[in-house]
Ligand binder design. Structure first.
Ligand code: ZN
Length: 414
């Protein structure tokens, strides 16, 4: 009972802490190569009784599959390696009284189709197997599900969480086995990442003004404000003019289990008329072509320093990781909105200030991450602001308020 207080929220984050962002190029290539020959999902059916259920997925050909148990709400998720699906209704309410109340079919990635079974009572997979096509029957994945006790279901959820990703060292070994019954008050950890540094100056403006210096000064201001609020612990990825690879910035936030990650930039565009602050979350599809150019340029920072171009982790590594990424995207977006909402009243914003682009530095699957463009050194008005102490202070205060309001909204309802 004591132990649960410390661990029940953490297993996913703990076991993901050291998940490597590297050596993924081959996996991406393999996925792309395999996709060409992948079968389609042609139909999904569920039959259920109060103590058991059967899921049948019709496939154009035999393929691989994976299963996990998930809690809150209780679900079973089944992925098959397939190109796409054709079903009349992707979301179906199961009207028979049984262990499954609803099922939903979704495209979980370019090479997989996911079926999520919402459970009305704890249940577990009894057996799952793929049948080859037979006479006029297509290939089928059969999943038989039986009722389980709440303890069995919880054990399956925990086991899947641990098995799904690279295990991390026992980072929680310092947690006392007994411990206090009162939750230990800990402050959220905010990691601020001043962009660029060292050999990589970032954007440069006439007069020797460098992005790396502007964003470091700003990050230190923001850190001070957040620390003074008494509400946060705040770490910087760099506190001086040091070069850090993008992967190191991400790893620092993940290894310390940051609650949020904020990368600070003040880049430049070829179009000098573009100005104003904006907040980015990660998405492969950039909001517009300029955003794509910006992210591509940022992602090349490692090349400037003589390292290889960083590789994005593939979106779909396994079910849990993929679900976690989706949840983080949602939280990142909420954070971006909170920040923009506060910036709105204080500073000039770009049109559609919450934007998306494929920034490598935002790829942590377990830390909500945003990239703030304070303004653009390529615009003379923005540059004047960026160099002005009053503007910096006002903007840092707005950012700090945005961060606070994000955490206000994160308080789980009792
Ligand atoms: Zn930058």
């Amino acid at each position: 009972m004591f132990k649960a207080i410390h661990t029940f929220l953490l297993p996913l984050l703990v076991c993901l802490a050291l998940f490597s962002a590297g050596s993924t190029a081959q996996e991406t290539a393999a996925a792309a190569a395999a996709m060409a020959g992948l079968p389609n999902v042609m139909g999904v059916r569920v039959t259920a009784t109060p103590d058991r259920a059967r899921l049948v997925i019709d496939l154009a050909d035999k393929t691989e599959f994976a299963l996990v148990s998930l809690s809150g709400p209780d679900r079973l998720a089944i992925d098959v390696r397939a190109a796409t699906f054709t079903v009349p209704e992707p979301v179906v309410e199961v009207t028979e009284a049984g262990v499954i109340s609803q099922y939903e079919v979704q495209q979980a990635g370019p090479d997989r189709v996911r079926t999520i079974l919402t459970l009305s009572a704890p249940a577990q997979v009894q057996q799952a197997y793929v049948l080859a096509p037979f006479e006029d029957q297509p290939a089928r994945l059969i999943v038989d599900i039986i009722a389980a006790t709440p303890a069995e279901f919880a054990a399956n959820v925990a086991k899947d969480a641990v098995a799904s990703v690279t295990p991390a060292p026992a980072v929680d070994s310092s947690t006392p086995a007994g411990g206090s019954e009162l939750p230990i008050a800990t402050r959220p950890l905010v990691v601020i990442d001043p962009g660029h540094g060292g050999i990589d100056s970032g954007a440069e403006a006439p007069g020797g003004i460098k992005e790396k210096d502007i964003v470091l000064a700003f990050a230190l201001k923001l850190q001070q404000l957040l620390v003074d609020s008494g509400r946060f612990d705040v770490a910087l990825t760099r506190e001086d003019d040091t070069y850090l690879r993008l992967e190191e910035r991400v790893a620092l936030a993940r290894a310390n289990k940051a609650d949020i990650f904020i990368s600070i930039h003040a880049d430049s565009f070829q179009q000098p008329e573009i100005r104003g602050a904006s907040v980015y979350t990660r998405d492969e599809n950039a909001t517009d072509v300029l955003d794509k150019v910006l992210a591509d340029k940022e992602n090349r920072t490692d090349v400037i320093a003589g390292f290889a171009m960083p590789q994005m982790a593939p979106e779909v590594v396994d079910i849990l990781l993929d679900l976690m990424r989706r949840e983080m995207r949602h939280q990142s977006y909420t954070l971006a909105q909170s920040i923009v909402h506060q910036l709105e009243a204080s500073v000039e914003l770009r049109r559609f200030p919450v934007r998306q682009a494929d920034f490598f530095v935002l790829q942590a699957p377990d830390v909500p991450s945003v990239l703030v463009e304070l303004g653009f050194l390529s615009n003379t008005d923005d540059m004047a602001n960026l160099l002005q102490g009053e503007w910096q202070g006002r903007t840092a205060e707005a950012l700090a308020r945005g961060i606070s309001s994000y955490f206000d909204g994160m308080v789980a309802p009792e």
